[in-house]
Design a protein around this ligand. Structure first.
Ligand SMILES: [Zn+2]
Length: 290
């Protein structure tokens, strides 16, 4: 347990770092140093591991790991290496705009500054209770803004549905344990309503969106309209995002770095959140999962 004094120091450093005060030069350097040392912020791992349990779209191949070497060599040193094979769209991953919008950015063409930004966490986990087909509405976004102010330019808007707590239970996370085409009509999980996607693309200047379900369109979607709308505007998406319950609804930043696949429509993603120590503690106290 940190003392109040330590907490207050962390808050002070955090405010400067997060709110972009006029600090420059050595002060800014000190703040960045504190950030990367973990003194004023906590780094949160927001990716699920890629292994035999990783959830993929029911029509995709699961993750495959082939051990090439693991053991002592004749020369007397230990050596280990693997091959892996994966669909672009499985586990915690990027959807590049080209995935549903011809001519838009491929994974390698997305400007790198779109992968980092202030995290806007829209918590609808209370609304998805008993409603796996829930879709995040414009009203949900307006509620967030009424509490926290306008969604900042360059934000990464993350939808916390609470589904992360079901990972890696396929039955609960996807709504079905079937695989192949037969599984698709059985999919039930929350997503983003196309009206909300349209509002974000037209009315705000966001860098990306993310969600703790397999898709930004809900499980019962057949036209994937939210994908079409956002990707036409070159706004990428992150899917199967982990640990959204550990981020406060405002005040954190995220860094989401996908594999740079040339011409890729998406790819495996390592995502981290940076939470100021003060609000990180608040988020944990609030509890919940997702
Ligand atoms: Zn995808």
């Amino acid at each position: 347990m940190r003392s109040f004094r330590q907490g207050a120091l962390a808050v002070t450093a955090g405010c400067v770092a997060w709110l972009g005060c006029e600090k420059r030069g050595p002060d800014a350097q000190a703040i960045i140093g504190a950030l990367f040392s973990g003194a004023s912020a906590e780094w949160i791992d927001m990716s699920h591991p890629f292994d035999a349990t990783t959830i993929y779209w029911p029509t995709s191949q699961p993750f495959q790991l082939q051990v090439v070497a693991a053991g002592m060599t004749p020369a007397g040193f230990y050596y280990a290496a693997n091959n892996f094979c994966t669909a672009e769209h499985g586990g915690t991953h990027l959807d590049a705009p080209i995935h549903f919008a011809e001519g838009r950015h491929t994974a390698d063409r997305i400007p790198v500054d779109q992968f980092v930004g202030p995290a806007v966490v829209v918590d609808v986990s209370a609304r998805t209770e008993g409603d796996p087909d829930y879709r995040v509405t414009v009203a949900d976004l307006e509620v967030w803004e009424s509490r926290n102010g306008r969604i900042p330019d360059g934000a990464i808007v993350l939808f916390r549905t609470g589904w992360g707590r079901y990972w890696p239970d396929r039955a609960r996370y996807l709504g079905t344990t079937l695989t192949g085409e037969a599984a698709v009509p059985e999919l039930h999980f929350p997503g983003l309503h196309p009206d909300a996607a349209r509002w974000l693309a037209a009315e705000r200047k966001i860098d990306a969106v993310g969600i703790d379900t397999p898709s930004i369109d809900f499980g019962q979607s057949v036209r994937f309209e939210s994908h079409q709308i956002l990707f036409a505007a070159n706004i990428p998406a992150f899917e199967n995002v982990a640990s959204l319950d550990r981020l406060p609804e405002t005040g954190a930043y995220v860094v989401a770095l996908p594999m740079k696949i040339g011409g890729g429509t998406g790819g495996p993603l390592r995502m981290v959140g940076i939470v100021p120590r003060s609000s990180g503690a608040r988020a944990q106290t609030a509890g919940g999962a997702g």
